[in-house]
Design a protein around this ligand. Structure first.
Ligand SMILES: Cc1ncc(COP(=O)(O)O)c(C=O)c1O
Length: 389
């Protein structure tokens, strides 16, 4: 089928919950994707911040193929060498004392479990999240969501959720107390416009949680697995949360989520307390192990850090860019003049895929960690053309 026919069929049979790009993709290779009509696009959105190692990395494809021939799935009722290696690999790259993992299937499921664990272990009910944050679409995650447009028309939301202004320790100090089970945040608010706090914010969060006996949860569904130039945001500024939720890039596109936790937290979890049929399935586990191997062997953390510096200094010289936000390959470009949507559409005409944010002046770049200088130069050239048009 050609793109036009595919679009018609999808529109006819699939719920119209997403405004889609006007093409159908057939295949991908590294930072490039190809449409059914044979056009090639540079993917600076990384398949929705998912394909950490680029599209169809041969090592990930081989790991999946080999695993599929051996055993596609068995649940957590059995032990598995593939799952064992995936769990060990994830813990090895996590900062201490994060030392145990519970595998799930998606970001929202990871957050639901992280918040449930905090409530169960503290015996408290209240969860504090932040204005501008996004944590997923299931009841607990959406109740912690600080972007009003996702919360409207679905009330009642769950009880026990309060929201604080982001990067504002003073207000949080007034809100946190002996009934607070957890404070949850995206360390860099991606959908909210790629907003990051200062180092003191994260250090203060840890201190306030410790004083109140509350757990600190980092939603690293976007910041995790190398996107910021380190494997995790956890550990930055010497701050390690009690729980870290992960998804998106951890298995390079195979659906997988995870909750990383400290030994102390894990020690309180008994048989039957948590559950999920598909979590930790062998295909996802094989993909996770291959993803980490690629990031390590191809020095992708180093690549992200170097390219971030390069991008940042060049972007700052483009007249329509008023601010470059974020870290590594979680980038927000704030524009003066055109809206992000106008820039996105013009870039799309030049066959470059980028993302929008809740803030209409911010364009998001969430490319594969394999994005390198030649393709960055293509993008910078296109953006300069947009600026001068
Ligand atoms: C920071 C963050 N948390 C949670 C989620 C929800 O993840 P999922 O769509 O896999 O449920 C997302 C998805 O965009 C996200 O960006």
């Amino acid at each position: 089928m050609k793109s036009k026919e595919i679009i018609d069929v999808e529109e006819m049979y699939q719920v119209a919950s997403y405004k889609k790009f006007p093409f159908a993709l057939e295949r991908g290779e590294d930072v490039w994707v190809y449409t059914s009509d044979g056009d090639r696009y540079l993917d600076l959105y990384g398949g929705h911040a998912v394909v950490a190692t680029g599209h169809c990395h041969p090592r990930v494809v081989n790991a999946l193929t080999e695993q599929a021939r051996k055993l596609c799935f068995y649940s957590n009722l059995v032990y598995s060498d593939t799952r064992a290696r995936a769990a060990r690999t994830l813990v090895e790259i996590a900062p201490e004392p994060l030392s145990k993992v519970f595998f799930v299937n998606s970001g929202t499921e990871a957050n639901e479990n992280a918040m449930s664990i905090a409530r169960r272990l503290t015996g408290r009910t209240r969860i504090i999240s932040f204005e501008g944050g996004f944590h997923g679409r299931t009841p607990g995650s959406i109740s912690a969501c600080g972007l009003p447009k996702y919360r409207k028309d679905i009330s009642p939301l769950l009880e026990g959720h309060d929201q604080a202004p982001f990067d504002d320790l003073e207000t949080l100090t007034r809100m946190i107390g002996t009934d607070t089970a957890a404070v949850i945040l995206e360390p860099i608010q991606s959908m909210g416009g790629v907003r990051m706090g200062g180092p003191e914010f994260y250090r203060g969060l840890r201190e306030l949680c410790d004083e109140a006996g509350a757990m600190l949860i980092y939603d690293e569904i976007q910041t995790g697995m190398g996107r910021t130039g380190e494997f995790f945001f956890a550990g930055r500024y010497g701050v390690v949360p009690d729980l870290v939720s992960l998804a998106k890039g951890i298995a390079s596109g195979v659906p997988m989520g995870a909750v990383l936790m400290t030994d102390d937290v894990a020690a309180e979890i008994k048989h039957g307390d948590l559950g999920t049929t598909f979590g930790g399935g062998m295909l996802a586990a094989a993909a996770l192990e291959a993803t980490v191997a690629v990031i390590r062997e191809e020095l992708l953390l180093e690549n992200v850090r170097a390219c971030f510096d390069y991008l940042k200094s060049d972007l700052a010289r483009i007249p329509i860019v008023s601010e470059v936000r974020g870290l590594g390959y979680l980038l927000g470009l704030k524009f003066k003049g055109p809206t992000a949507k106008m820039v996105q559409e013009t870039l799309l005409e030049r066959r470059i895929i980028t993302g929008l944010a809740d803030d209409p002046s911010v364009l998001r770049l969430l490319p594969p960690l394999t994005l390198r200088r030649p393709e960055i130069d293509l993008f910078l050239g296109a953006l300069r053309e947009v600026a001068s048009a």
